[in-house]
Design a protein around this ligand. Structure first.
Ligand SMILES: Cc1cc2nc3c(=O)[nH]c(=O)nc-3n(C[C@H](O)[C@H](O)[C@H](O)COP(=O)(O)OP(=O)(O)OC[C@H]3O[C@@H](n4cnc5c(N)ncnc54)[C@H](O)[C@@H]3O)c2cc1C
Length: 333
């Protein structure tokens, strides 16, 4: 009897939605995949902060689904109960005026939290959390990794996928591939200061979510208006990318106070609220690439992520999904 062929091995750095989508697609195609993630759990910027009796989505707020493949994936999430449509009362604040939003866009969220689809995808994958990869190198035709926490990894890999934001990809690739280094350094990602406010009573606002165009804020939403959320009344406020980037090094409490003052002027008074503040150093920013991912056939170094595919949840998922097919084709060639 023939020996079974050894599987092609792939290491994926980053368990955000792009890394998870790439990993699960590759696994379905018969690859042996291992994911390394620096945080305590998967899902990256599709994230939720949990406290006693409350939770708040503090990264991605909702996502849209336009591409056929992503719609199919979304349908499996909905069937599994980890995503659902969200129908907020939606307003827009611009030039000092409030308006009801006329947007007919279908919006979806993770259920019961934004990180639920990521956790669902992660269930059948081999993921090592609390592993910050700080060095990659190629030796004897294989990729080797080192993590900050555990040092050199014993296993080496045929392919290496970086599913992390551009500046972090740049930091890892600058010593191994100058062409990738140039693409990564072309993009300027911007930060986002985020405030989560827990109120003792329901705030009397005329919207569940609002796009804001003022000096500081870009978005306000009531977490409890999303499906499956229970617990204390919690609002998420995002500062806009320009303001956040300009004040990215500001003291956390100072940034939070400026955002809360601005929210008060918009009618959301969080004076007596319990506050959590988060600084996203790399929240948004993308470049247009033809394929939506990068695959170097020679070195077998690959990149995927939202920044290579429209800068949103759907783009991130598609980037990982398309890269997986491209790796499969590259192996067969
Ligand atoms: C504040 C905010 C609001 C947003 N709002 C929306 C929205 O409303 N709608 C929408 O569609 N999108 C939104 N987005 C964007 C959306 O969240 C992203 O497009 C998507 O989640 C990116 O997925 P990703 O897998 O490409 O990257 P990430 O989610 O960033 O995943 C990368 C992962 O890699 C890990 N990592 C990084 N470096 C290393 C390392 N050296 N070693 C190991 N692991 C590493 C990180 O911890 C992370 O888990 C928002 C993002 C933010 C921050």
């Amino acid at each position: 009897m023939n020996e079974p062929k050894p599987k092609v091995t792939v290491a994926i750095i980053g368990a955000g939605i792009a890394g998870l989508s790439c990993a699960s697609s590759l696994q379905k195609l018969g690859f042996e995949v291992r994911v390394y993630e620096k945080s305590r759990g998967p899902s990256g910027r599709m994230s939720t902060r949990h406290g006693e009796g409350w939770s708040a989505d503090h990264g991605a707020q909702y996502f849209t689904a336009r591409d056929r493949a992503f719609i199919e994936e979304l349908n499996t999430w909905i069937k599994a109960g980890v995503a659902a449509a969200w129908h907020p009362r939606l307003s827009v604040y611009d030039s000092g005026q409030w308006q009801e939003s006329g947007s007919k866009e279908k919006r979806y969220v993770g259920v019961p939290a934004m990180n639920s689809p990521g956790q669902y995808l992660a269930k059948n994958l081999s993921i090592e959390c609390n592993q910050t990869i700080d060095k990659i190198y190629r030796k004897d035709g294989k990729w080797h990794l080192r993590s900050l926490e555990n040092g050199e990894m014993i296993q080496s890999f045929d392919y290496l996928v970086l599913a992390i934001p551009a500046p972090q990809s740049y930091a890892l690739t600058k010593l191994v591939d100058h062409s990738i280094e140039t693409i990564c350094s072309d993009i300027k990602m911007q930060g986002c200061w985020t405030v989560m406010a827990r109120l003792s009573n329901k705030a009397d606002m005329h919207f569940d979510a609002a796009f804001i165009n003022n000096e500081i804020i870009s978005w306000i939403s009531r977490n409890n208006s999303k499906p499956g959320r229970t617990g204390q009344e919690t609002w998420t406020i995002h500062a806009n990318p320009q303001w956040s980037q300009q004040w990215i090094e500001l003291d956390k409490d100072e940034a939070g106070q400026l955002i809360l003052d601005s929210a008060k002027q918009l009618g959301l008074n969080c004076h007596n609220a319990e506050i959590s503040i988060h600084r996203w150093r790399y929240a948004s920013g993308a470049i247009n690439t033809e394929l939506g991912f990068i695959l170097n056939d020679e070195s077998k170094l690959c990149l995927c992520g939202d920044w290579l595919h429209s800068g949103r949840v759907e783009g991130a998922w598609l980037s990982g999904y398309k890269l997986a097919s491209a790796i499969d084709i590259s192996v067969a060639a």
